[in-house]
Design a protein around this ligand. Structure first.
Ligand code: ADP
Length: 269
């Protein structure tokens, strides 16, 4: 049993593109619906839920009937602008069916660097959560060009979700991915890789186990997920990486059951 997770009240859940779309890049409606149902239920249990959702670029490209995957920065920005509103429309519809209101928060890296902006956004999160609303977060892609090209940007939604968890003082961050957790090596390349049940300390050896993504849809692979773990663990926040194929898994994770890999937040000595 993971007791600290069982008591987690404020929970950030991040879903990757591979969880929200089929392999051909089209929206997986059943998955989106189930995710919205389970998160609504957890909110009904009294948890405060923040969802960090990828998927805008893929959904935008599909909506515009582009047959190619957008590659250039400006194409990705345009696709994100179209896809973000479509994504929110779908979440609003699905969460609405389960009696929950959602809110959109789009962030850029300077929000976490400038104290006034950071305070503003913390206030927004706190107010929304106190009203039982589910904030849905993404990087503001059409503005944060760097997100697509690197350098100053947050860069990926694993890191974004960790920065959100840190700044809202969450108790738990859950990353839902296309893999069961963190393995001793990339299992899609090395069939002998073993799932790691829990990590107390992110040693260099463990960090070296994390490789990039192989799938066409994934972005950061395990490296950005471990970077996220580094950010939250030192804030005393627990993190779990688990498979997002069946969003029901969130019930088990939040009950403290042994699902996926648990990165244990540092406790004060
Ligand atoms: P998401 O879209 O959910 O963020 P990614 O595709 O970016 O997911 O990252 C998950 C992928 O990371 C896995 O499918 C796997 O190919 C890769 N990976 C690399 N190293 C590891 C590792 N040590 N353990 C598990 N997965 C790994």
């Amino acid at each position: 049993m993971r007791t600290s997770i069982k008591d987690a009240k404020r929970i950030v859940v991040k879903v990757g593109t591979s969880t929200l779309t089929h392999e051909n890049g089209k929206i997986n409606f059943a998955r989106l619906d189930k995710l919205s149902e389970v998160l609504s239920d957890l909110a009904n249990e009294g948890k405060e839920i923040i969802l960090v959702s990828s998927g805008a670029i893929g959904i935008g490209a599909a909506k515009m009937k582009w047959t190619h995957r957008p590659v250039s920065v400006v194409e990705r920005q345009a696709a994100a602008a179209v896809g973000q509103s479509e994504l929110m429309h779908l979440y609003s519809k699905f969460f609405g069916e389960y009696g929950h209101v959602v809110a959109q928060i789009l962030l850029t890296s300077d929000v976490f660097e400038k104290p006034v902006l950071r305070k503003n956004v913390q206030n927004s999160f706190n107010k929304l959560l106190s009203q039982g609303i589910v904030p849905i977060v993404n990087e503001n892609d059409p503005v944060a060009t760097d997100e697509i090209e690197g350098e100053k940007s947050i860069g990926d939604n694993d890191t974004l979700s960790a920065l959100v968890a840190k700044n809202v003082h969450a108790d738990l961050l859950i990353l839902l991915s296309d893999i069961d957790g963190f393995y001793t090596d990339n299992p899609k390349v090395n069939p002998d890789a073993i799932l790691i049940d829990h990590v107390d300390d992110l040693t260099d050896d463990l960090l070296n186990n994390a490789k990039g993504a192989i799938s066409a849809l994934g972005t950061g692979g395990m490296s950005t997920k471990l970077k996220a773990a580094q950010i939250v663990m030192q804030e005393g926040i627990d993190m779990v990486i688990a498979h997002g194929e069946h969003p029901n898994v969130l019930y088990k994770i939040t009950k403290g059951e042994l699902i996926g890999t648990w990165f244990k937040g540092k406790q004060d000595e």
